[in-house]
Design a binder for this molecule. Structure first.
Ligand SMILES: C[S@@+](CC[C@H](N)C(=O)[O-])C[C@H]1O[C@@H](n2cnc3c(N)ncnc32)[C@H](O)[C@@H]1O
Length: 467
């Protein structure tokens, strides 16, 4: 039967939104009404329900709720996704986990939370095999969970098309897959045996481990982008509790714990543009020792210390290395603003550079230096800082706005349109931006509307120039 078009009434859409938020933490805003309608149309076709209200009645049954979750969740993923993170896993994280495990019962637990169709946990298993070819005497498990039973079924089959393996090197393809000859690739048995798939809802179900079991590494990448901040907060607290001291958390490249959780340390692994930003659970020293300079608590078996960790965007200092009584005051953002308003752009760049140097992971420093560079007519250089600013704080509407302008002027309309869209979506979410002079006398809402208009214009111009 053909899928017919469905238009959801306000009441129907509200009921569905509330059900999806309660049952899996998924947020569907107005912009996604059509995609929900499309999923409902699919379910009407599959169940034979005559209309939306009859279908809504079917959702009192858990089986149909699961089918709807299978339909609305987005399974986008591939092998070796996010090359900087893969490099960090190969070079720093997995070697360190192996070293730690070697003196702790040779046991490693990794959790791929929101594993979709399995590419992520299998990739981890491949990296483990590469670094530990012989696993006799080792107890290594990658637990892979997802709320979509359909995705898990595909994951368990271990069979993939060309698109899923496009980031795998020819060497990895040969080592870890069997080409079936019909354009498909099957994951080799020695990789599959390391991975256990389990159905688990990250929002409503308990963590899939024994209470006293601690995890070395959690990957929860590109999952929280569909959750509210509150839901993400609760989830991060549970992930923190499941990790061992020193355990790692990997999020997707557009996800951040900025304003979500202060429980984790942000650690850059690698250098320059190829650095990966990952989080670690590092337990505080006992209370009575706080406020004093303490030696590095790492033990020999933990391997080399990671690059110096920072709390993202927080002026709180690491209590293990800086006495609480002597906080280091960061150079003031006010100095940057003052120099800018005087038209002293070089001074503004210098003041912003101090801010960036003292707190490299604070998005505000990068944003201000980007702003100063844009004002100085140095769009090329500004791109680097503005990209970092929106990476570190994806909710920075003005960061996206400035980045869009710089990209537009540098002749990249597609990227500019994307940033104008991000600016339109995020403007107005940050209090301090309401008073920022770069609003140019506009209200936040006016600037958001302008960004939406600019995105639209750039989109039209691209369509017209396409033969
Ligand atoms: C875009 S995929 C990400 C896959 C993989 N982590 C990656 O980054 O390549 C997002 C996955 O999160 C899952 N998901 C969404 N909400 C969930 C929830 N409440 N509990 C568990 N998984 C969820 C979806 O089913 C989907 O498979």
């Amino acid at each position: 039967m053909k899928t017919r078009k469905v238009v959801l009434s306000d009441e129907e859409f509200a009921q569905l939104r509330s059900l999806l938020a309660r049952s899996a933490g998924l947020v569907f805003d107005e912009a996604r009404r059509d995609s929900v309608a499309y999923c409902i149309a699919e379910r009407l076709r599959a169940t034979g329900a005559p209309d939306v209200s009859s279908y809504l009645a079917l959702l009192s049954d858990g089986t149909e709720r699961q089918q709807l979750l299978n339909e609305v969740t987005i399974q986008e993923t591939h092998f070796f996704r996010n090359p900087p993170q893969i490099r960090a896993l190969r070079k720093y994280v997995i070697p360190e986990l192996l070293k730690h495990a070697d003196t702790h019962g040779r046991r490693i637990r990794i959790w791929s939370a929101g594993c979709s169709t399995g590419e992520e946990p299998y990739t981890i298993a491949m990296l483990l095999r590469e670094l530990l070819p012989t696993m006799a005497g080792w107890d290594v498990k990658v637990i892979a969970t997802d709320v979509s039973s359909r995705a898990l079924e595909a994951a368990r089959s271990g069979r993939y098309g060309e698109r899923a393996v496009q980031m795998a090197s020819p060497d990895d393809l040969t080592r870890f897959f069997v080409a079936t000859g019909d354009g498909h690739y099957e994951v080799r048995p020695e990789i599959r045996e390391l991975v256990q798939f389990r159905h688990q809802n990250l929002v409503t179900d308990p963590v899939p481990f024994a209470v006293d079991e601690r995890i070395d590494l959690v990957l929860c990448r590109n999952v929280t982008i569909y959750f509210s901040r509150e839901t993400t907060r609760g989830l991060m607290a549970r992930l923190h509790a499941s990790l061992r001291d020193g355990g790692y958390l990997f999020l997707g490249h557009s996800e951040t714990l900025w304003q979500v959780s202060e429980d984790f340390r942000l650690v850059p692994l690698g250098t320059g543009d190829s650095a990966a930003f990952v989080y670690r659970r590092i337990d505080e020293p006992p209370k009575e020792r706080r406020g004093t300079v303490l030696p590095d608590r790492r033990t020999e078996d933990e391997g080399p210390p990671p690059p110096k960790p920072e709390r993202r965007g927080s002026s709180r200092r690491d209590r293990t290395s800086v006495p609480a009584a002597q906080p280091v005051a960061p150079p003031s953002a006010v100095a940057v603003r003052a120099a800018l308003s005087d038209g002293q752009y070089d001074d503004a760049i210098a003041a912003a550079t101090k801010l960036v140097t003292s707190e490299p992971l604070n998005p505000m420093g990068h944003y201000l230096r980007g702003l100063a560079l844009v004002n100085a007519g140095k769009d090329d250089a500004a791109l680097v800082d503005l990209r970092k600013a929106v990476y570190l704080d994806p909710s920075s509407g003005l960061g996206h706005f400035l980045l869009a302008g710089a990209l537009h002027r540098l002749g990249d309309p597609s990227a500019a349109a994307r940033e104008y869209r991000a600016a339109a979506d995020t403007l107005g979410t940050r209090k301090e931006e309401r008073t920022a002079p770069e609003l140019g006398g506009r209200s936040v809402q006016e600037l958001a509307a302008l960004c939406a208009q600019l995105e639209h214009q750039l989109g039209n111009a691209r369509e017209e120039s396409t033969p």
